[in-house]
Design a protein around this ligand. Structure first.
Ligand SMILES: NC(=O)c1ccc[n+]([C@@H]2O[C@H](COP(=O)([O-])OP(=O)(O)OC[C@H]3O[C@@H](n4cnc5c(N)ncnc54)[C@H](OP(=O)(O)O)[C@@H]3O)[C@@H](O)[C@H]2O)c1
Length: 332
C-alpha cells in the first residue's frame, strides 16, 4: 500500500510517500481502508520527535522510525482482529488518536484499536468523519468531561476559527451555553457567529480592549474558558472569569506563567484544568456522540482544503503556518 512516512525527526519536510507492507489487525484492532485522513498540528509535533522530546515529562515516547504520521481517519472496515465484536467487514467507521503510540493514518490502510474508533453514520461523509476526530474529541474532553458546561453558562473560546475552536464553539452552543469566541479575521468572526457564537471578537486588539469586549459580551464575566494560548491569556482569563469559573487548557505556550497567576486565581476560586486528548483511554463513546451530532446537523466540520497523499508535507506545513477556518484533510 502507499503511505506517508518519515525516517528522521526533522519536521514536516521529512514526509515522503512510499510503498509499504499492509498492516494486519492485532487482537482488538480493525483494518480500515482509509477514505480520508484529518491533518492536525500534533502530527507536526510527532514528526519533530514526539512529545517526549518537546515535553520531556510526557508519557508518550517518540514513535519508532520510520513512522507513518496522522491521528484521524475515516473509511471502511476491511478486516477485524481477534476479539472484535463491535465492528464487521464493510462498516463505515471513523477514528482519532493514532500516529503516536500506533502507526498513523496518512496511508491507504490503517490498523486501529477499537477504543479509537466509532461507526460513521450513513449521512456523514468520510471527509467530515476524518476531519472531526482529534478536534472533536479534544473539544468534548475539555468542555464536557472537564468543564461540564451548563446551559446558560458564558463560555469563551480563544481562537474559535481553528480546528478545535470551531468545533468547541458549536459544542458549547449545543450544550446551551452562550459562546463568545475570538478570531484574527473579519471573515472568520462571521463564520463563528454563523456556527452559533453570540459574539465573535478580534484577538488582535490590545489585551485591555479585549478584556472590556469580553466583559461587555458576557454581562460581566465568563464561566468556562477554553484556552490554547495560556502564555498570552492566563492573566486575561483570570480577569474575565466569574467566581468559581473554569479555565480548560489544551496548550500553554512556553513562557509568561508564574505562581502569581495562581495567587490571582484564588481570589475567584478558579478551577484550572489541563486536558490532553492522548490521555483518554477510550475515545469511542465521545466519537459516537460526535458522529450523531454531525448526522443531525447540530455540528458541522468546516473543511478548508483537500490534499493528495503526495501533498502530505504541504498539508502539514499549511496547518503550522496558514490561517483558515476549520480543518484540512488528506484523501489517499
Ligand atoms: N491538549 C490536547 O489534547 C490538544 C488537542 C488538540 C489541539 N491541541 C492544541 O490546541 C491548539 C489548537 O489546535 P487546532 O488543531 O485547533 O489548531 P488550528 O486549527 O491551527 O487553530 C489555531 C487557532 O489559533 C488561532 N490563533 C492564533 N493566534 C492566536 C491568538 N494570539 N489568540 C487567539 N487565537 C489565536 C488561529 O486563528 P487565526 O487563524 O485567525 O490566526 C486558529 O484559529 C494547538 O496549540 C494544538 O496543539 C491540544
Amino acid at each position: 500500500m502507499r503511505a506517508v512516512r518519515f525516517h528522521e525527526r526533522s519536521g514536516s519536510d521529512a514526509l515522503t510517500v512510499e510503498e509499504v507492507d499492509e498492516p494486519s489487525p492485532a487482537p482488538g484492532q480493525i483494518l480500515v481502508d482509509v477514505e480520508a485522513a484529518g491533518v492536525n498540528r500534533v502530527d507536526a509535533v510527532f514528526a519533530e520527535g514526539g512529545f517526549s522530546e518537546v515535553y520531556p515529562h510526557s508519557r508518550l515516547q517518540p514513535p519508532r522510525l520510520p513512522h507513518i504520521p496522522g491521528s484521524d481517519f475515516a473509511g471502511t472496515v476491511e478486516a477485524v482482529g481477534d476479539g472484535v465484536r463491535r465492528f464487521d467487514v464493510g462498516d463505515r467507521v471513523f477514528g482519532a488518536g493514532l500516529g503516536a503510540k500506533f502507526p498513523g493514518t496518512y496511508a491507504e490502510k490503517v490498523a486501529a484499536p477499537v477504543s479509537n474508533v466509532a461507526h460513521l453514520p450513513d449521512g456523514v461523509s468520510f471527509e467530515s468523519g476524518a476531519a472531526i476526530g482529534h478536534a472533536g474529541v479534544t473539544a468534548w474532553h475539555s468542555l464536557v468531561h472537564h468543564a461540564d458546561v451548563e446551559p446558560g453558562d458564558y463560555c469563551l473560546v480563544h481562537g474559535g476559527s481553528g480546528g478545535v475552536g470551531h468545533v468547541a464553539v458549536q459544542l458549547a452552543a449545543a450544550l446551551g451555553s452562550r459562546v463568545v469566541a475570538t478570531a484574527g479575521s473579519a471573515e472568520a468572526r462571521e463564520v463563528i457567529r454563523e456556527l452559533g457564537a453570540v459574539d465573535a471578537l478580534d484577538y488582535a486588539q490590545s489585551h485591555d480592549d479585549l478584556r472590556e469586549s469580553i466583559l461587555d459580551a458576557t454581562e460581566g464575566g465568563v464561566d468556562v474558558i477554553l484556552d490554547y494560548h495560556l502564555d498570552d491569556y492566563f492573566e486575561l482569563d483570570i480577569e474575565v472569569s466569574n467566581l468559581n469559573g473554569q479555565v480548560v487548557v489544551v496548550e500553554g505556550g512556553e513562557t509568561g506563567i508564574d505562581h502569581q497567576h495562581l495567587r490571582l486565581a484564588l481570589w475567584k476560586d478558579l478551577t484550572i484544568q489541563a486536558a490532553g486528548m492522548f490521555n483518554i483511554p477510550d475515545m469511542s463513546a465521545a466519537l459516537t456522540r460526535l458522529g450523531r451530532l454531525l448526522e443531525d446537523e447540530s455540528l458541522t466540520v468546516e473543511i478548508d482544503r483537500r490534499f493528495d497523499l503526495d501533498e502530505a508535507s504541504e498539508a502539514q506545513k499549511a496547518v503550522e503556518n496558514e490561517s483558515y477556518v476549520g480543518k484540512l484533510v488528506i484523501v489517499p
